[in-house]
Design a protein around this ligand. Sequence first.
Ligand code: KG4
Ligand code: ZN
Length: 376
Amino acid sequence: MIVLGIETSCDETAAAVVEETGDPLRPWALRANIVASQVDIHREWGGIVPELSARQHIRDICGVVEQALEEAGVRLKRGATEVRLKPDSPARAIDAVAVTQGPGLVGSLLIGVSFAKSLALYSQVPLVPVHHLAGHIESLVLENGEMLLPAIVLVVSGGHTSLYRVSTPGAYELLGRTRDDAAGEAYDKVAKLLGLGYPGGPVIDRRAGQGNDRAVPFPKTRLTHADRNAPHLPGRRDFSFSGLKTSVLRYVTLRRAALGLGEGDPLPDAEIDDVCASFQRVVVETLLDGLFDASRWYGAASVGIAGGVSANSRLRADARARGKSRELPVFIPGLALSTDNAAMIAAAGLRRYRAGELARWDGSARSNLRIDEFTN
Ligand code: KG4
Ligand code: ZN
């Protein structure tokens, strides 16, 4: 089977083609992975503007999908008849379309969902709705092959910081999530208040490398259990990053006053490096404490990290070091599959389709979709 994936939940318009291999340990092969990033548009505003995001998806989606099909050497079926669109179009046609149903920005999600529906209808192939975070989890399998189970996976990006247990392939149990800011969001907000621009993750990561990570004793928020509906088990853990962000703001304001700087004036470079390093140490320790505590509690056979923040150099290095000392395999995808992409959506769609739980889907985009919701 060969699947076209479409992802438009946030600020990347993405399409990809993934094919089944027949190998149960490495079930999927990537044939094309196209991403049109909107980061330059949102940079001007210092963050993502939902209305601009939706409009840009409309401009980009046709070209992105066409490019993915072309690069993969596949075409759309036309109805049941399999007529080739052009005499020289490839013989191989896609067998299903997978699309991100949610969570995300609703106006942006709607573009992808409507487009995917039209393609599936035109081609008379199944349409598979996918949870965005199931996609991030399956990006680990797409890149490395099936995980050793049970696995604990941390999905950490600009929009999400969530911890999942995967006990059987395709079943994702939410163990905890952030109660306020996502970790990537904290990076972006701290970068903004330091005058470092948007997005904040890459620049703070770089500046942190030059600073002293013990220079400022920012507090670490440790929540002992997940709130609301989750039972209070020690292996469940929520995160919180807004207190840390406020501490950084307070510290920077005090230092500005002490140095006689005006509001909004940048601190000296060496101080910025120290703030970045100290902030980053706390974020990384908080995330890895949650991940590895859960892995111990649930007797995990492996752990994984996915999402844009998994690009962070310290998070990667410290996760590998902790995994090594516990003899626990740590899986982190490369950059192309860790930031938002449609390859992970196609892979998760294939997983879901093969699980056979789908009736004909006629749902819509859902900005607050839960991972355990049955979406038909
Ligand atoms: O997954 P992603 O591309 O988009 C979503 O938010 O879904 O993640 C983007 C986030 C941004 O908040 C960005 O600041 C953060 O990932 N990020 C990083 C790094 N590179 C990107 N955070 C920390 N260190 C990095 N090297
Ligand atoms: Zn994402």
